[in-house]
Design a protein around this ligand. Structure first.
Ligand SMILES: [Mg+2]
Length: 187
């Protein structure tokens, strides 16, 4: 089995890092940050336009948010070794499938190295459905839907539960942490 795994929202604690950085750099907005319920920045960061948030994240602070300094989701620290050992024992391959922007790819690779997350194969692509994997673990409603429709390997989407993908949780098999795969999904 080839297991596709997304980075942001599945391994890297991207959204909480964005929130913390806004609080640090723009304390005047701290109490206006809402719970992210969608993929649209403006829905939960209503004080900025989409362009302003894009600039904050992908121009002004991308090294901090995507490089080695960025945080890992706490449960991943515990679960990655479990998943890795299970994959080796059962002959599964762990494949990174991540839609990084061009200037964030190398930083993401450095970030993965910093946390000791080693994949059998790595793909940086927005067309996640084009990667030959049997399942894709992702937090993006759009990526999950497109993968479900078009996966070249007729793969199955698996939703990583977050506040911004409640609809996907109703449609697809959903996990709360990576180690759920071991017992629940393939147990
Ligand atoms: Mg993601």
């Amino acid at each position: 089995m080839r297991i596709g795994i997304d980075c942001d929202g599945v391994l890297r604690d991207f959204i909480p890092d964005v929130v913390d950085l806004i609080k640090e750099k723009h304390p005047e907005h701290a109490d206006k940050i809402l719970v992210p319920k969608s993929w649209d920045w403006e829905d939960w960061l209503p004080f900025w336009s989409e362009d302003e948030t894009e600039k904050f994240v992908f121009e002004d602070n991308y090294e901090k948010l995507f490089g080695p300094e960025a945080n890992i989701i706490p449960s991943v620290l515990e679960d990655w070794p479990i998943l890795k050992a299970w994959a080796i024992k059962n002959g599964h391959e762990l494949v990174l499938v991540s839609a990084q922007r061009e200037h964030c790819k190398e930083l993401t690779t450095e970030w993965l190295q910093r946390w000791g997350i080693v994949f059998d194969e790595m793909h940086y692509t927005k067309e996640k459905w084009s990667v030959d994997v049997d399942v894709l673990i992702d937090d993006s409603p759009e990526k999950l839907d497109i993968f479900n429709e078009r996966s070249v390997a007729y793969g199955r989407p698996i939703c990583m539960k977050t506040t911004w993908n409640e609809e996907s949780q109703k449609k697809y098999m959903t996990i709360e942490r990576l180690s759920d795969l071991v017992g629940r999904v393939f147990g």
